[in-house]
Design a protein around this ligand. Structure first.
Ligand SMILES: CC(C)(COP(=O)(O)OP(=O)(O)OC[C@H]1O[C@@H](n2cnc3c(N)ncnc32)[C@H](O)[C@@H]1OP(=O)(O)O)[C@@H](O)C(=O)NCCC(=O)NCCS
Length: 145
């Protein structure tokens, strides 16, 4: 069997040296009658995972302004253990853009790992008035990514 030259091989392990922002297992209520997990449920988890580094970088509340891209590359099934990895890829004046990658451990005893989803979202740092505020300089932060 041939593999396209520029196609990344499916990983057989979770990314090394990185901590997932979120790990969660979908339940039957999160899936259709065939056991496939709803895309909207995955999007909600991706939004939560992406907001975590954005909130740390913003040193306060953020609001999701855009889902720039979203790819459901492989299906997710009830019982998959999902790991969400989130990396800040751009910091603007008030905005923070985050890439999120999701891996499923389908059969945890056999280390069967599949990359199922990748997405990019943009968050805006907001104040108590819910209006945009400037992202603080990184030197001023206690928690750093
Ligand atoms: C987030 C919110 C406070 C921003 O206010 P706004 O007046 O629309 O913001 P601005 O037009 O000044 O843009 C703010 C930043 O977002 C960026 N932005 C705007 N539209 C964007 C888009 N389509 N994609 C990516 N970034 C975008 C701007 O470039 C700007 O970034 P910068 O300051 O780093 O240059 C407001 O849009 C809002 O409350 N939205 C609803 C948020 C929400 O409820 N999200 C949950 C999902 S329903």
């Amino acid at each position: 069997m041939t593999t396209p030259q520029n196609a990344a091989p499916n990983p057989t392990r979770l990314p090394e040296g990185k901590m997932p922002e979120l790990r969660v297992m979908p339940a039957p209520a999160d899936a259709n009658v065939y056991g496939d997990v709803f895309g909207g449920w995955i999007m909600a988890q991706v939004d939560i995972a992406g907001s975590l580094p954005a909130t740390r970088r913003a040193n306060g509340r953020v609001a999701t302004i855009a889902v720039n891209s979203f790819l459901f590359k492989q299906p997710v099934f009830v019982g998959d253990l999902l790991s969400f990895y989130a990396d800040i890829v751009r910091v603007g004046n008030t905005s923070i853009t985050v890439n999120v990658e999701v891996y499923a451990e389908r059969n945890r005893l056999q280390a069967d790992v599949v990359k199922v989803t990748e997405a990019q979202l943009t968050y805006v740092a907001t104040g108590p008035d819910r209006k945009p505020r400037q992202v603080p300089p990184i030197e001023s932060l206690i928690h750093r990514d």
